[in-house]
Design a protein around this ligand. Structure first.
Ligand SMILES: O=C(O)CCC(=O)C(=O)O
Length: 281
C-alpha cells in the first residue's frame, strides 16, 4: 500500500503535465481488489446485465460506502488531484465494470475506441488545468490478453483529432500500458486513450474514480442516505475535502472569485493546507 514518503508527487505532476497521464504503482493490495471483485459479482447477480458482454455499475459509493469511500477519498490520489485541479475535487462517478471476453479472431487488431473523456474539449497547444481527471485501476494484470490501456502521450495539449476510420485501430504514436493489478493511472481528460478488447477468456475488471470540479454537475447520485451520512460525518469533523467529494463546497464562493492575482498552484497549495489544518482531531 501507499506510503507517503516513497511517492514523489512533484515528479508525477511533471509527468502528468508532459504526457497527460501518470501511473501510481501498487496503490491497492490483493484483499482490496478481491473485495471489489466480490462486490462486482454481487451487483451482477442482483441486476440484469446492461449488455451481453459488458456490465457497468455506477453510484457504487452509495451502494457500498464502507468499501468504496476509502478509494474515493484515497489521500494519495486526492493530494495529487488537488495539485492538478486545486481543492475543488468532486466525485463525478465511481464505476465498477466488467468486460466480457471475445475471441482473438473477433478482436483482430482493433482497439476499443479512441476518445477524450467527459468535460474535455479539443485542446490548444498549451497545457491547461483539466476540468476532470480519471483515476483508473484494473483488478487484474493487464496482459495483452486482458487488454492493455492505450494512450497517445501529449494528446492533452495538442489539437489533434482522429478520423472515423482511425478511431478503432492502433495509432502510430500510441503507448501500450500493461498495468499491474492495483496500480492507478491518473489521466487528464484531454488525453486520447482507448482500452483493448479482452481475449483472456475471463472477465476484465475495471475500476474508475472520475473526479471533476465542484462547480460542475456530477454523474453519480450523491443524494442517497449513505452518501448523505458520509457528508454529515465529514461536516462534524470540519473535513471540507470529504464534503467536496460529494458536491458540498462551502469555500467555493470565495475561492472561485479570489481575484486571480497569485499563481494558481501557489494559491491551491495554501487552500489545501488550510483545509487539512481545519479538520478537528
Ligand atoms: O477500458 C479501458 O481500459 C479504458 C477505459 C476508458 O477508456 C475510459 O475510462 O474512458
Amino acid at each position: 500500500m501507499y506510503e507517503a514518503k516513497t511517492v514523489d508527487l512533484a515528479k508525477h505532476l511533471e509527468e502528468f503535465k508532459e504526457q497527460g497521464y501518470t501511473v501510481f504503482e501498487r496503490v491497492y493490495d490483493e484483499d482490496t481488489i478481491a473485495a471489489w471483485k466480490e462486490k462486482f459479482h454481487q451487483l451482477k447477480e442482483d441486476r440484469a446485465a446492461t449488455s451481453q458482454n459488458e456490465w457497468w455499475y455506477s453510484s457504487t459509493c452509495e451502494l457500498a460506502p464502507k468499501l468504496m469511500l476509502p478509494a474515493v477519498a484515497n489521500p494519495l490520489i486526492l493530494d495529487f488531484a488537488e495539485l492538478v485541479m486545486g481543492p475543488f475535487v468532486q466525485l463525478d462517478n465511481l464505476t465498477l465494470a466488467g468486460f466480457g471476453s471475445i475471441t482473438k479472431a473477433e478482436a483482430g487488431s482493433r482497439v476499443s475506441g479512441w476518445h477524450r473523456d467527459r468535460w474535455a474539449n479539443m485542446p490548444g497547444e498549451d497545457y491547461t488545468h483539466p476540468l476532470s481527471i480519471n483515476a483508473i485501476s484494473y483488478l487484474q494484470d493487464l496482459t495483452d490478453e486482458y487488454g492493455p490501456l492505450r494512450v497517445i502521450p501529449g494528446s492533452h495539449r495538442k489539437p489533434c483529432g482522429l478520423a472515423k476510420e482511425e478511431q478503432s485501430i492502433p495509432h502510430p504514436d500510441e503507448l501500450v500500458l500493461n498495468m499491474k493489478a492495483g496500480d492507478v493511472v491518473v489521466t487528464h481528460n484531454g488525453l486520447i486513450h482507448s482500452g483493448t478488447p479482452n481475449t483472456s477468456g475471463n472477465i476484465r475488471y475495471f475500476f474508475s474514480v472520475y473526479y471533476n470540479r465542484t462547480w460542475l454537475k456530477h454523474t453519480d447520485n450523491h443524494s442517497g442516505p449513505n452518501v448523505q451520512a458520509i457528508i454529515q460525518a465529514a461536516r462534524k469533523r470540519n473535513d471540507h475535502r470529504t464534503m467536496r467529494l460529494f458536491g458540498v463546497d462551502e469555500h467555493l464562493e470565495a475561492r472561485a472569485n479570489s481575484g486571480f492575482l497569485t499563481a494558481d498552484e501557489q494559491r491551491w497549495a495554501e487552500w489545501s493546507a488550510a483545509d487539512k489544518a481545519a479538520i478537528k482531531p
